[in-house]
Design a protein around this ligand. Sequence first.
Ligand SMILES: [Zn+2]
Length: 104
Amino acid sequence: MNAEELAEVLLERGAYDVGFPSSWTSIIQEIHNKLVELDPNYRTLQIKQKFGGLRFYFATENQEHAQEMFDFVEKMEALSYKICIDCGDFATRHSGYYSVCDKH
Ligand SMILES: [Zn+2]
């Protein structure tokens, strides 16, 4: 899925706002895949960039897997700070709020 297709899938799950740099497509795809696997009915609320990091807000009524879902999202949100916001390569430094690689 490219960034646009992924954004559409996330919007269809109920989110009122979805916006992210395309460099995060793969980690957001990974989050979505994991959440669907744990709760096929999970709902998205908002996916955005804040202070240079990913914020993935969602809701689930699945008591059994909720903790695992929130833990996974938290892990991936932390990972978003380690990749270049421009190209998705490993980030080596910060430029303002943003994590960037040597080339950016
Ligand atoms: Zn880069």
